[in-house]
Design a protein around this ligand. Structure first.
Ligand code: SF4
Ligand code: MSK
Length: 667
């Protein structure tokens, strides 16, 4: 029996989304929200108790003592399911990194159209990690060597992937002792599939050990390569003004929405949309020009580098088409719903697939090729412009918020100390003094089984009141942007007094947008630099920091969680656990759940837990931060200790008559 449907207000906390959900209801059109309401998840699969690894199954292990036809126990089945999901996530991120490395190689050899090395300083910096000769060499020569080194990481068979040497020394030692440093990115993913084939690895702890290795192949290799190369080719992000939500779509312009993950095509579409030839073509079609916007992590890539507006996060992909104002949605890889095509048929929107890896039946395919990137980008835009005449009645919500994205780790380093003394010292000092209680990274997806954006923003707002500095990536960052949390110094009255002082002194928002899903590696870099700066222990697991993915849904999120745990972080996921088991009904069905929490914590200092209740999530975050503060011997967090020296307080004092001001200052 179908579950009862939620109201639009229950489905999303975003007013623009609510408007579009009402419109969908009026038109009798289904969305991911209603499909989630209609389709109850399979409780056996959701608990990780179903194995379909071979033709003797699928085997559902639901009663005490159940084993599969092959004899596989619950813990083996759950561990296999989990490592397969982690390896798929790791593969997706890393394959993105591989494509970026090949684009760098082609650019260095002058074989691409429209690309060039935009951030030579970053190129030199990254090359220097690997002892690539820099002095007296051209950027193309350095880039060629770096691209070769990075491409080699995917097929490397033995040894260690090179980016791990950027982790703290102590962390590397733990990984070496555990034998989990990835030998090559592809090798670990292949081995994960091999080990989980029928009749292979059947010791859940041993399987989960390989989950760590596969996760590290993502965070400290594939994703890190993707971020490095994107910065080198398109520029390292720095704060820039942007906007987010469906209100960025324009009534009098050709709206092109880019959606997916890889910045290679979207960056070129940005360039093409500003080309006089394309603007003239759009004007000839009766529009004022081309309005480009993004969805999901492609949005983050172009938002943080060029300030191109974000139409929304994952669950906005269908909603943007429901506005009737989108001429083309151009997609590359990951997080693209198949439902887009049948939805677009009800409007005039063209869905254009571009990756050689992704086709959707019914979509137009214009294959991207970096050798002709600008030409292809213009072809795509002309296709969208030609479609402008087919636009019918539109319903564009007026909701949009300003934001300031672009806090790369390089920029955070710079903003804390300035050009001549760039350093993480002020951040470490603020944590040590207790002005900042700790740091939380709120990342990850939207999930239509929760109220869109609500947990993300509720958790963020509550932690801010507790003087926790927040960094965000992915769809979580867009959720925060849409609710106005990334508005520079604007929302500071909602922030704890110590954190407020720091934000005012440095001139930053209390929530820092750090990029897309692959850019979670920027957070690893920040944590490493905090360790190197001193005062917060000698490894990542000692820093008072927590990672949260309140609305996770993708396998990539599980890969991110795994590499963060392996790096020493406490990671809290909302929603449901893919390995929850039925502890009340089946004894020992929580072995895997325990191992990824207390088991991994014993070895790596980090742990992964699933806490659906947002208040419990906040409690666990603060408890962990305070535990880490105590272990470092830092003063206990005291909300009343700071907040008397900030700009806001000085302004309050200035407004007082002289005598009162004197009394307030000197008592
Ligand atoms: Fe069943 Fe074993 Fe085959 Fe899995 S591998 S489907 S548990 S027989
Ligand atoms: S896009 S993986 S829904 S963050 Fe990176 Fe968003 Fe999650 Fe996709």
């Amino acid at each position: 029996m179908a579950k009862q449907r939620r109201t639009p207000q229950e489905q999303s906390a975003d007013p623009a989304a609510q408007q579009m959900l009402i419109r969908a209801e009026e038109l009798g059109i289904g969305t991911a929200f209603t499909r989630a309401d209609d389709m109850a998840p399979c409780n056996i699969g959701a608990a990780g108790l179903c194995c379909k690894q071979c033709g003797m199954g699928p085997c559902r292990l639901t009663r005490e003592g159940d084993v599969g036809v092959c004899g596989a126990t619950i813990d083996t089945v759950q561990a296999r399911n989990l490592v397969r999901a982690i390896s798929a996530g790791s593969a997706a991120h890393s394959d993105h990194g591989r494509d970026m490395a090949f684009t760098l190689k082609a650019t260095a050899n002058g074989e691409t159209e429209g690309y060039y090395i935009r951030d030579v300083a970053k190129l030199r910096n990254v090359a220097s990690y690997y002892d690539i000769e820099i002095e007296g060499r051209s950027p193309d020569e350095i880039a060629n060597d770096l691209a070769d080194l990075y491409i080699a990481q995917f097929g490397q068979q033995t040894g260690e992937v090179v980016p791990v040497r950027r982790a703290p020394e102590k962390r590397q030692k733990i990984w070496r002792e555990q034998g989990v440093i990835p030998r090559g990115i592809d090798r670990e993913v292949v081995e994960a599939l091999h080990r989980t084939h029928i009749g292979d690895d059947q010791d859940y702890e041993h399987i989960l050990n390989h989950a760590i290795r596969t996760g590290l192949a993502d965070g400290w290799a594939g994703s890190m390569i993707a971020t490095d190369v994107s910065d080198i080719l398109f520029g390292t992000p720095a704060p820039i003004l942007g906007q987010a939500n469906l209100g960025v779509l324009k009534e009098d312009m050709v709206n092109v929405v880019v959606h997916g993950h890889e910045p290679t095509l979207s960056q070129m579409i940005v360039a093409a949309s500003q080309d006089p030839e394309i603007i003239a073509y759009a004007k000839k079609a009766g529009a004022k020009g081309v309005q480009l916007s993004g969805i999901c992590c492609t949005a983050n890539e172009i938002l943080m580098r060029q300030g191109i507006p974000a139409a929304g996060n994952f669950l906005h992909q269908e909603l943007s088409i429901l506005t009737g104002a989108v001429e083309a949605m151009v997609v590359d890889v990951q997080c693209i719903m198949q439902a887009l095509v049948s939805l677009a048929e009800k409007f005039h929107t063209k869905i254009i697939t571009t990756s050689p890896k992704v086709r959707i039946k019914g979509a137009t395919h214009i294959q991207f090729d970096e050798h002709k990137a600008l030409t292809i980008a213009k072809t795509i835009l002309k296709e969208a412009i030609d479609n402008y005449k087919n636009r019918g009645k539109t319903h564009i919500p007026q909701d949009r918020e300003d934001l300031i994205p672009g806090f790369s780790h390089e920029y955070i380093n710079y903003m804390l100390g300035g050009s001549y003394r760039a350093s993480f010292r002020p951040l470490n000092d603020a944590i040590m003094s207790g002005r900042i209680r700790g740091v939380a990274a709120i990342v990850g997806c939207n999930n239509p089984r929760t109220r869109q954006d609500w947990i993300h923003n509720y958790v963020a707002e509550e932690l801010l009141k507790q003087d926790v500095l927040i960094v965000e990536t992915g769809c979580g960052a867009i959720a925060a942007a849409k609710s106005g949390l990334l508005l520079g110094e604007a929302g500071l009255e909602k922030v704890g007094p110590g954190l407020q002082e720091i934000c005012e002194a440095i001139g930053i928002p209390p929530v820092l947008h750090m990029g897309s899903c692959v850019d979670n590696t920027r957070i690893l870099t920040v944590l490493t630099q905090m360790v190197e700066e001193g005062g917060l222990g000698d490894d990542i697991d000692q820093i008072p920091a927590v990672g949260l993915a309140p609305e996770w849904m993708s396998e990539k999120a599980l890969a991110i969680a795994t590499y963060c745990v392996a790096s020493g972080a406490y990671v809290i996921f909302g929603g449901s656990s893919p390995v929850s088991g039925w502890p009340d009904k089946l004894s020992n069905s929580d072995l895997v759940l325990k191992h990824i929490s207390s088991g991994w914590e014993e070895i790596y200092g980090g742990k992964l837990e699933f806490i659906p209740d947002p208040d419990e999530m906040i409690k666990a975050t603060l408890a962990h931060i305070d535990k880490k503060r105590a272990a470092l011997g830092l003063p206990e967090y005291d909300p009343d200790r700071f907040g008397q020296s900030g700009d806001a307080h000085m302004l309050e004092l200035e407004a007082l008559p002289w005598l009162e001001r004197k009394a307030a200052i000197y008592g």
